[in-house]
Design a protein around this ligand. Structure first.
Ligand code: GLN
Length: 492
């Protein structure tokens, strides 16, 4: 019998529509694969097997009751997906990978998740993440790291490492992630899957536990750009509950494809190929760009001169915003509460005992950067440089349609490689942070392997709100290549 877990999103939806299998068959297949692989991978913090089977049964009943002439069925009816554990799903735990939210049950559902539920998806569970999405490896999860399905001695990337590993191991066809500084694209790259980080404001942040509010975005990881587009289509759009969500219309992300890339202007920023990056990463990315050129694109080197400021600017702004956002976790309103002599003691004991060391480091950095006397020198200055970085992108998009670049300077790190050196870990984010600082969309997808057999990813970036061009370009590339079809033996 064919393994339903290996089908694409389109094939899953088509197979259910044609009556070849039911959502219950599909959901059970995913749950069985999760049960088999989770002991090695640990992609999930919560698995809702009963809830998923019930939702699948309801989806099947809805399909069976459907008659010609009725309103059309929800577009993703019966499709199993997973959700990163920083997005709330009413009635399910939401820990954000932190002890400070242990036992917290979400009282409402995040808008992007609700839209997918309205579109018919079945949620199988919540995926692992670095604590409050702060990290690049899942090693900062309070509930233990996720392992990379390609090689379990390596991290899956982060912070959406659980979602990336679950998709790479074919436990689910798609999973939601969030990207504040690379957390969709970098784990997608490390795990050999495709991931969309939308423009700031394209997807509502309502119900996402805030990390850096001016940088946060909600995206999708899937096995191909097409699969990601099919899901992303139903998350995007304005939401009255998020004033920063854009009222721009959502175009079709799965429109019919051109035969090639003729006429597409691709810019390759020279600042994204740096000394010390892994040679295989540069080689695979340059090969993929050459292939796009062979498909008709015009390729030119460009410059984004402020790229080298991304790490210092991001690591001031993101912790500053985090220090304000995380003030609400005080032991009074959510999660566990430690005892103390007085209220201040309760705060100290709860926050001191329940936050992990990376989160504390960020809160201290951010509080310092925002404090009286330092605000202008640190936070204010970082905001000014951020504006200059945004201008780099505005200028580049006057002469090119998309920017092509590596996602990370290396393939998946080994466990513990940077755990004692936070700065080395921050430097790993050098290629992903700029898109968040500039608010532009980015799509990561696999373009080959290094000598150790670990996946290499590249990213395409476009003007704000031009996700459609990213999906189209990656789909044309994937129609001609098969990197996105390779799967780890672990997941085989
Ligand atoms: N690695 C970056 C950080 O630690 C980005 C994380 C993210 O995008 N959530 O902040």
């Amino acid at each position: 019998m064919r393994d339903l877990c290996l089908l694409s999103v389109g094939e899953m939806l088509g197979g259910m529509a044609a009556g070849e299998f039911t959502s219950q068959d599909l959901t059970q297949a995913c749950l069985a694969r999760m049960a088999a692989l989770e002991p090695q991978i640990h992609a999930f913090l919560f698995i809702d097997a009963d809830g998923a089977v019930n939702a699948a049964r309801a989806a099947d009943a809805r399909r069976a009751a459907w008659r010609m002439g009725d309103d059309s069925l929800p577009p993703l009816l019966g499709l199993p997906i997973a959700v990163k554990d920083v997005l709330m799903v009413q009635g399910m735990p939401c820990t954000c990978g932190s002890k400070i939210l242990e036992g917290f049950i979400a009282p409402y559902t995040a808008t992007p998740v609700q839209r997918l539920l309205d579109a018919g998806v079945v949620i199988v569970g919540k995926t692992n993440t670095d604590e409050f999405a702060m990290g690049s490896s899942t090693e900062n999860s309070a509930y233990g790291p996720t392992r990379n399905p390609w090689n379990t001695a390596h991290v899956p990337g982060g912070s959406s490492g659980g979602s990336a590993a679950a998709v790479a191991a074919r436990m689910v066809p798609a999973a939601l992630g969030t990207d504040t500084g690379g957390s969709v694209r970098q784990p997608a790259s490390f795990c050999g899957v495709s991931g969309i980080k939308p423009s700031y404001g394209r997807v509502s942040r309502y119900g996402l536990v805030a990390y850096g509010s001016s940088l946060d975005s909600v995206g999708v990881l899937a096995r191909s750009a097409e699969d990601a587009a099919l899901v992303f289509q139903h998350m995007a759009g304005q939401d009255a509950m998020d004033a920063t969500s854009s009222d721009l219309q959502v175009p079709s992300y799965t429109a019919s494809l051109p035969q090639n890339l003729s006429g597409l202007r691709i810019g390759v920023p020279k600042e994204y190929f740096i000394d010390g990056m892994q040679p295989a990463v540069e080689q695979r990315v340059r090969e993929a760009i050459a292939q796009m050129e062979a498909l008709g694109a015009q390729v030119a080197e460009i410059s984004l001169p402020y790229t080298s400021y991304a790490v210092p600017v991001y690591y001031l702004i993101a912790p500053a915003e985090a220090s304000a956002n995380l003030a609400r976790f005080d032991g009074i309103r959510y999660g566990p509460r430690e005892t103390g002599e007085n209220l201040l003691d309760v705060y100290h004991h709860t926050r001191g005992g329940c936050f992990g060391s990376e989160v504390k480091r960020r809160i201290m950095l951010g509080t310092y950067a925002l404090s009286a006397g330092y605000y202008d020198a640190y936070y204010g200055q970082a905001q000014k440089v951020r504006t200059l970085m945004k201008r780099d992108y505005d200028k580049a998009f006057e002469i090119v349609d998309v920017i092509a670049a590596p996602v990370a300077p290396t393939t998946a790190l080994r466990f513990g490689q940077h755990t004692d050196d936070p700065l080395a870990m921050y430097l790993e984010d050098v290629f992903t942070l700029p898109a968040n600082l500039a608010g532009v969309p980015g799509l990561a997808f696999p373009v080959g392997f290094d000598t150790a057999g670990l996946p290499v990813g590249m990213q395409l970036m476009a003007k704000p709100f031009n996700e459609a061009l990213l999906f189209q370009t990656a789909r044309v590339f994937q129609a001609q290549t098969d990197w996105h079809r390779r799967m780890p033996e672990q997941g085989g």
